[in-house]
Design a protein around this ligand. Structure first.
Ligand SMILES: Nc1ncnc2c1ncn2[C@@H]1O[C@H](COP(=O)(O)OP(=O)(O)OP(=O)(O)O)[C@@H](O)[C@H]1O
Length: 326
């Protein structure tokens, strides 16, 4: 880590502290995330900690996608510290929204959602579940383009480079957590990420969080009351949910209020919003499905949204960032 001159602290969360730093070899400004202890059981220094390895592996898999923060290196030092070095991007969407203090117009929300969904589609194609998508984990670069960060909760899904369910529950910050997770699911799929993206889309359009729950059950209640329970109890996976017996699932619910909440959103925009926020996972849009909806594909929207980056993302097979020190 001697190559990195620490500048100011730019963030702090459950898994670590993030600093802006200068790479003294190149002068490049980078973001260095120092992971907190807890996962560093391998004191002999022969292996990266499990946390570092998992976050680095998921970032590495998505390397090269313009909507995913770029991993530059992963290091462990002799003192048991673990560091991720990333490109420095800029403030989070959460910060930008706080400073802006007003919602994004629909055309801007569509441009931003196209980027987020494209990043999510690529990540899901590679078998990576992010599991903590929220405005704090989306960064805005100097061109106003978005990059997904914080893969601290991510993992490879079954069929990718890894293992089958059961997966950990709970994951995802409460306000962005999908109904099946709130009901204790351990067999979820990439649609936990697309629910979170639906919450982010609503937040971009409304300028405030859609479902600011105070507890898991309050969160579920708000979700059902906002988007409707959508025959959740008829979903084939429902009976296997650990909390299927919750009285909240038996209560009769009014139909979705989403349309009333977003009266000026176009029909095509509402089609995407309501599809991402379908309560039943089997009726929820995947990222790839969402990108095929008319909101994104009709000629007018396709021309209006500036392309992200001329290059198309192709997953790298093997290889690592410039230095993964194990
Ligand atoms: N590459 C980066 N460029 C600029 N800022 C960054 C970068 N990576 C992280 N940050 C800033 O640091 C904050 C915390 O980073 P990150 O989310 O990775 O840490 P965390 O400990 O997992 O946080 P949390 O517990 O809130 O999820 C981000 O919200 C962002 O503001």
């Amino acid at each position: 880590m001697e190559h990195y001159e620490r500048l100011e602290k730019i963030g702090e969360g459950a898994s670590g502290v993030v600093y802006k730093a200068r790479d003294s070899r190149t002068g490049a400004i980078v973001a260095v995330k120092r992971l907190r202890g807890g996962g560093f059981g391998d004191h002999d220094g022969s292996r990266l900690s499990e946390d570092l390895l998992r976050e680095a592996a998921c970032l590495e898999a998505c390397r090269g996608h313009p909507s995913v923060v770029e991993l530059r290196a992963a290091h462990r030092d002799g003192a048991g510290g673990a560091f991720l070095v990333m490109e420095y991007v800029g403030p989070s969407v959460a910060q930008v929204m706080r400073e802006r203090g007003r919602p994004f117009p629909e055309a801007d929300a569509r441009r931003l959602m196209r980027q987020l969904l494209d990043g999510a589609r690529a990540m899901h194609d590679l078998g990576v579940l992010h599991r903590d998508l929220k405005p704090d984990n989306v960064l805005v670069d100097a061109h106003g383009d978005l990059k997904i960060c914080d893969f601290g909760m991510s993992r490879f899904a079954a069929g990718g480079a890894a293992t089958a369910p059961p997966y950990t529950s709970p994951v995802v910050t409460l306000w962005y957590r999908a109904p099946e997770l709130l009901l204790g699911s351990t067999e979820y799929d990439a649609r936990v990420d697309t629910w979170a993206l639906g919450c982010i889309m609503a937040e971009l359009l409304a300028g405030a969080p859609l479902l600011p729950g105070r507890s898991e059950m309050d969160q579920l209640n708000r979700a059902f009351d906002t988007v409707g329970a959508d025959d959740m109890t008829d979903w084939p996976g429902f009976s296997r949910l650990p909390r299927a017996g919750s009285p909240l699932c038996q209560r009769s619910r009014p139909p979705s209020r989403l349309r009333e909440m977003f009266p000026s959103l176009s029909a095509a925009g509402f089609d995407v919003l309501s599809g991402l926020l379908a309560c039943r996972p089997d009726r929820r849009l995947t990222a790839a499905d969402a990108l095929r909806r008319p909101w994104f594909t009709d000629a007018e929207s396709a021309n209006a949204d500036q392309p992200l980056n001329a290059c198309r993302f192709t997953a790298r097979v093997g290889g690592v960032a410039d230095a993964i020190v194990v």
